[in-house]
Structure formats: C-alpha cells, structure tokens
Design a protein. Structure first.
Length: 175
C-alpha cells in the first residue's frame, strides 16, 4: 500500500509540472522595497527567475499604467516629482509567452521636498494689475503680458514686462 501511495505522489507531481500555463518561475520587485520612502527619480526593478518565458512586464502605480518593458532587466524609471506626496502601490504584471499573467506589488511612500523657488517678485502698482500670459524667452528670461490700471493713460491699459532669468525688469520704459 505504501508503494502505491509513493507512485501516486510521483505521478501527481509529474503531471502538475506538465500542465499548460503552469508558472514555474518566480517574480519579485527588488527596488523599491516594501514600505520604502522614495523621492526624485526611482528605478522600479523586477526580477524573474526565467526571463526567456516572459513576453513583457507592465508597471503600474495604483491602477494607472506607467509603461512596460519587453527585455530583461525589466525596469521603469518613475519620476516621483510628478506625483503628489503620499502612499502608493507599485504593481507589476508579468506576461508569460504561454499567456499566463503573474502579478506582484509593493507599497511605497512618495515624499519629495518642496523645490526651492528660483525667485519670486511682485510687479504692478497700487491698483489692479493682471498677467494673462507668461512665456519663457530664448535668453532664459520671461515675457509677461496682461493689463494694468496702475500705469498708462488711464483705465485699463495693456501691459508687457520683459524679465531676465532672475526676474529683473532692467531699465524702466519710457514714461
């Protein structure tokens, strides 16, 4: 009776490993790690035990697809500065050539410090002034267009300010 049980166990194991779609490899997210606090650009790295069986790996943050990779090493550069600070789930889906899909996830905390302002200035006068358009110029400065009640011939006048890269206006215009 013991021999019959051993033969049955061996046949069961052999049959299990030969089933179509049965995944015999492992998937892991090696970076970032579970619970890690990240900032800036972070490379999400995925390892699989047999890359020859993989057709593609898809990368998600929560349920939003970020991108995919079709070649090992499977990686995606995540720019966390484009995402509000908070807790997120990094998910990956590994698609095998057989059609089997495997998934794994890690929780991360995104915590970027506020970026320092290059400069901050106020332009205008004692009355209402409003900028409608700001464009960066070829010299690294800015041109600002709007209207003013503080300057001009009275009432609401069109207003253009040319700024250098540090926010300086340069010499005053003709008065």
């Amino acid at each position: 009776m013991k021999n019959l049980a051993v033969v049955f166990l061996i046949l069961t194991l052999l049959f299990s490993f030969s089933l179509p779609g049965y995944s015999q490899f492992s998937v892991s997210i090696v970076s970032p790690r579970e619970g890690e606090t990240v900032s800036g650009v972070v490379t999400v790295k995925v390892e699989v035990s047999d890359p020859s069986k993989v057709s593609r790996v898809e990368f998600y943050i929560n349920d939003d697809k970020l991108g995919e990779d079709t070649e090992s090493p499977y990686e995606y550069d995540l720019d966390t500065t484009l995402i509000p600070n908070g807790r997120y789930k990094i998910r990956v889906r590994v698609y095998e050539k057989t059609g089997t899909v495997s998934g794994i996830a890690v929780n991360i905390n995104i915590e970027n410090q506020d970026q320092q302002k290059g400069w901050e200035k106020t332009y205008g006068g004692r009355k209402d002034d409003l900028a409608y358009s700001i464009q960066q110029t070829n010299d690294g400065g800015y041109i600002v267009a709007g209207y003013t009640w503080s300057f001009g011939s009275g009432g609401r006048d069109f207003y253009i300010i040319k700024l250098d890269k540090d926010g300086n206006t340069g010499p005053s215009p003709i008065k």
